[in-house]
Structures are given as C-alpha cells and as structure tokens.
Design a protein. Sequence first.
Length: 520
Amino acid sequence: MTSVLLRGGSVVGPTGPTRADVLVAGDRIIDVGTDLDVPAHAAVVDCGERLVLPGFVDAHSHAGSLVSEPAVQLALLRQGVTTVVTGQDGVGPAPGDGSYADAYFAAIDGPHPTARGGGIGALLAGYDGATPLNVATLVPGGTVRHVVMGDDDGPASPGQRTAMRDLVRAGLAAGAVGLSTGLDYVPGLYADTAELAALCAEVAAVDGLYVSHMRGGYETNVRAGLEEIAAIVRASGVRAHVSHLHAPVDLAIAVLAELEDAGTPLSFDAYPYSRGCTILSMLLLPAALARPGTTDLARVVADPDARARLRGTVLDRVLGRADLGTGWAEQITLSHVPAPEFHALQGRTLAEAAAATGTDPVDLALDVLVDAALQVTVVMRVPRPRTADELAPLFRLPGHTAGSDGIFVGTHPHPRAYGTFARYLQEYAVAGRLSWSEAQRSLSATAVERHRLGDRGRVAVGSVADVVVVDPARVRARSSYAHPMLLAEGIDDVLVAGVPVLRAGALTEATPGQGIRASR
C-alpha cells in the first residue's frame, strides 16, 4: 500500500485553516495532526506555507467526453478540480446510442469517444482507472425524452411517460446521481411541469438530485424559473438544484429565501464570471429549426422568401431578450465554429465577423449555422457585468456550489473552463470576500453532500484522499476573454484516491480516477 505525507501545511476545514500534517495510505486519509512520523517508503510533499483542502467538485461540467485528453486534465487539475459532475442540461451520451448528444451538443461536450448504447452503467465503468479525475453523471432528461419520443414536440402519452420513467430508474440504479433537464433546449423545452414531476418521482425515490437549466428563468426572469422548479419539488418530493444561476443578485437571493421559507430549499451552482456561453442555435432559432441531426434549417435558408421570414423571427428573438437587446450582434462572440469557411471568425463578435465578410449579422449567423450543422458555440456579454463584491453574497449562501459550466471545445472558449476555481480562490478567498472555510464548503463539501459523492469533501480521517494543495500567495486564474486557454497557477500538487496526479504543476500520468456511483 502506497502512502503520502503532506507535511507542514494548514488544513482547511469548517472552522478555517489549522496547521497540520496529513497522512494518506491507499485511497484514504488515515491521520491528521501535527508532527506526524514519516512511514517507511512514504512520499513526502512539503506543503510549506500552503493550504490543504479537499479536492474541488465542478458541479456543472461539460468535460465528461474529454477527460481522457491531457490538456483538459491539466486545465482542471491546475485549478484543483478532482471530480466533475456531467450529463448536464438534459443532454448526454447515455442512455441511447449517443447520436442525439453528438448531433446537438458536440459543440459543448465534444463527441464521447466510447459511450455507444451501453447505458449509464457502461458510461461510468469507462472512467474507472482511465483518467486522473473522478466523473459522476446525471441522467440527461432531454436525451431520455429523445430516446422515447424522438422529435415529437407534444406532451408525452401515458405509455411514453412510463417508458421515460423506466429509463430514469435504470440510470439511477446504475449509479447516476440524479436527473438533469435543459428546459431551453430541444427537446427538453417540450416537457411540461407534470411530465418533469413524474420523472422526478423516480429521483426522489432514491434520494437523488434534480438538476435543472431552468425554462427561460435567468436574469430578470429568474422568479418564473425557480417557481417551476419549486412546483416540481412539491409534486414529487425531490431534492432540487439550479444550474448556472444568472440573475440580479438581490433578486436571486430574495426568491431563494422565499422558497426556502415556504419549505422548498434549493441549492445552485454559479461561476464568478458575468458572460455566458451556449450554442448559437438556442439563442437565435425557433425550436422547430434547432432540432439536431436534421437539414430543416438548410432548406429554409435556401428559399429567399422563407429566409426573409426567418430573419424577422431571429431579430424578434434577440431584440426581445433583456440580456441582449439592440446591441445584440456586439454582445455575441463566436467561440467554436467548425465549418472551414468560417473557422477564422472564432474570437470575433457577430458584428465584427459580419463586417469582415461583407454581410449582416443575421445572414452570417444563419450561414454559419447551416455550414456547421448547428455546431456553433458563442460567448455572450451582459449589459452590466456584476462585480466580485456584488456576487460574493450569492456565493456565501449555504446552498451555493461552484460549477464552471466550462466548455473545452473550440479555439476561443469561455475562460471559465480554465479559470473558474482559481478565480474563486484568488478573488474571493484570498481577497477576503469569502472565508477559507466558506470556500471549502462552496468548492467541495456542499456539492459532495448534495450529489451524494461518497466520503469526499473534507480533509479528515476516513475520507477518500482527493486532496489539493493551494499556495494562497500564488493562486490565480490566467485565462481571460482575450486569452481563454491559459492555465491557472498556484496549485501544483493534487492527489486523487491517494495517488499524486499533479506534481510540481505537471501531470504524473497516473489514472486513479473513477466513475463515481451515487452513495445512497
């Protein structure tokens, strides 16, 4: 059995940092205390003036299909992330044959290299011993609906609802930590509240977690989205969690407090950036033309009259969004454009790209979407970015978990993929906006508890030895909107299941990670 002694650091727990050594044997922490003896043949990590924290949990990750790639592993581990929760926004490679996820979300998740028809159990097994990171997954509700109903935009029949419940139940039995939905994406947006509550009854039965990208419920519409989730909780008894909560901070805090007072407490993830990122088709197109794996959009834009009508629809959609408005083309930056003809436009706003190509933003967007088979992601500015001081009260709420919503696809991604957790540490913990114990809770402990990720989330005897060593004097996010793929600094040593996976800031090439099955 291998052992590691983390010597001379300060362990961060619920009451703050305390000077202590940490002894690891096998995959567990076996002792925490001062001046521990060094066992024979133990590896020693001199922690000096550094802090020892439990491995961070990315509660909203899109890295599940990419964790075998060293560049993605390094980007996550250099931020201290040891576990990612995938299957987000209702889309994932299982159940089914993976074709729906590949056709719709490859620009966000990337195509999964192996999951083809084996279900959630096979998906999780594929991570065991194959990556330095742990991977948990949710049952993706949109994928479930597509397996059962295809592109049908109507309500589910009793038989279809039963078939969907069967798929959710099977995924949970195979180890999924809950159910996700993406209620602005196809086909999740077609599911009504009653259908969602029926699926969530299966989740409640095993104490899983319902995780939702709300239905149009972000920014000033946050109340409507949260109230629908609360209605699902009341109807099903499920525990619920809100994905990437974006809203005026005072409004979000007030609505969450009202719901908790009414008996429906919600947890949520959020990241320390103001800009968002999503697929362009969801922003611009009516749902009927945003269906994956079809040529519907190509047929429409090829007809001059139909194209003219669609242009009006696109303009109505963007001008009607409070977070975009009249300057919408300057607010949207092309992040990932796989179509060769338009590949050079990555990193430019739609306005800049239209000017460079001699067209207007709507026509350019339609042409890009057709040529890229809808596989286009964009980064969106907001009219008034929120400062760290404004966001801190939201992050201090006990229901907050860190989630990057990070996307590693494309040449100009949102910097949150490479910087979220380091930015939390730099701008909130080091800067004093959060205490170190609050950071430990938000970046690890709360997500472990809410998602039922086992004996993780604390540096204590008996815990799984997912451990991060942080230098508070050096930790910082280097990624930016201009240079989004720069690695974070200040985290050079990381253990997963007691095995060093990052040493002196470099990958060790060890792969002790696993597919985490829900602990119930």
